[in-house]
Design a protein around this ligand. Sequence first.
Ligand SMILES: Nc1ncnc2c1ncn2[C@@H]1O[C@H](COP(=O)(O)OP(=O)(O)OP(=O)(O)O)[C@@H](O)[C@H]1O
Ligand SMILES: [Mg+2]
Length: 260
Amino acid sequence: MRYAIQTIGLSKTLTLEGRPLDVLRGVDFHANDGEFVSIIGPSGCGKSTLLNIIAGLDSPTSGVLSLHGRAGSARLGSVGYMQQKDLLMPWRSVLDNAVLGLEIQGVSRREAVSRASEHLGRFGLDGFEASYPHELSGGMRQRAAFLRTVLAGQDVFLLDEPFGALDALSRSQIHRWLTGLWESMNKTIVLVTHDVDEAILLSDRVYVMTARPGSMKTVQRIDIARPRSADMVTTPRFVDLKSALLTSIREDAHAHEIAV
Ligand SMILES: Nc1ncnc2c1ncn2[C@@H]1O[C@H](COP(=O)(O)OP(=O)(O)OP(=O)(O)O)[C@@H](O)[C@H]1O
Ligand SMILES: [Mg+2]
């Protein structure tokens, strides 16, 4: 089976003030081509580190990573990555930030601006195309960074808590939009989130990580038919899945408290 992303026994040890710090230990993870996978885990367990490694911004200490069946050493730029910190360029306007990925790919400015402009309204950024990041709210900055990631158009997207600063209403709009994009374009998406409802509503499978050093503790298939909508959160199957995931998350928090 050729996965879009696969890690086998992936580990990462950092050196912190001269001492080794095990951040990831033996992470076995995969995402099928076109699959929507979420990752949930306690703060500091290594979720962002894992995405950094998959994106090629960092390298593992040991273990195997492959993208589309190829061992991924030259993977920088082959996946779209929205980092937890939005990393908008402060000297570029919203529009100029949004078209950055397209520009890097050599798309003409006129074409890039036209594609970006189509999406500004849906991201609640209409009228702000000429504004600079410091003039925007936290949620608007996130939406601009999300727009930039999506416009770059890779087959695999890594999204690190992209909706954290959105209120429930705009969150459900973005969920619908993201689901529509994913269904129509056959993208592979890996989403890191703290929101269990969000993970269930959007995903085919949800991984739960242990506390640091992080590894995959459980994986839950979300066997709820699509299309899904926010009012499904009260259905019996949703409630069962949520309770299984919460149990897995809590067990670990408890084990961690005892260990500490
Ligand atoms: N550059 C760094 N230098 C030192 N320690 C780091 C560095 N980056 C990450 N860490 C440590 O590695 C661990 C994992 O960090 P990471 O950001 O991957 O966690 P996370 O699961 O994304 O957490 P959160 O849910 O809070 O975003 C943390 O304990 C953190 O303190
Ligand atoms: Mg993180």
